[in-house]
Design a protein around this ligand. Structure first.
Ligand code: NI
Length: 133
């Protein structure tokens, strides 16, 4: 893809903040930091506009807790058209980490995520929305 250069005028204070952000994320330069910010804003827009997005749900739970695994599976089977894959890792004797990779309408992904994270016995859950555009 063709890369074009353009000039950006920023207040010194804001430029310092951009440089600190670039440092924090270990971006090699300001261009990469700006790319990240633009893409992040576009993903946020897609989410708001309920467009097609990609996403990942991460869940941590104790598999000994009554019915948690059953609930997880039952709910996921209601959303088979969204789910591309899922991966299960046994963290230790009690805890499991599950990642579910998704593609589809932002609102449906949000709905599935809300339902899964609300299951009794889920210790932590997080949805990350992303996308190539
Ligand atoms: Ni496990």
């Amino acid at each position: 893809m063709k890369v074009r250069r353009f000039g950006v005028s920023l207040e010194e204070d804001l430029l310092n903040k951009l440089d600190r952000l670039a440092e924090k994320h270990a971006f090699p330069n300001r261009s990469q930091a700006i790319r990240y910010l633009v893409r992040d804003a576009l993903v946020e827009d897609s989410w708001q506009a309920d467009s097609e997005v990609a996403g990942v749900i991460v869940l941590i739970y104790d598999h000994h807790k009554r019915n948690v695994v059953n609930h997880l599976l039952n709910i996921q089977h209601d959303y088979t058209s969204l789910i591309l894959s899922s991966q299960h890792a046994h963290l230790d004797h009690d805890n499991c980490l599950e990642t579910i990779v998704l593609k589809g309408r932002a609102s449906k992904i949000q709905e599935l995520s809300d339902r899964l994270i609300a299951i009794k016995g889920i210790k932590h859950g997080k949805l990350v929305i992303s996308g190539p555009d």
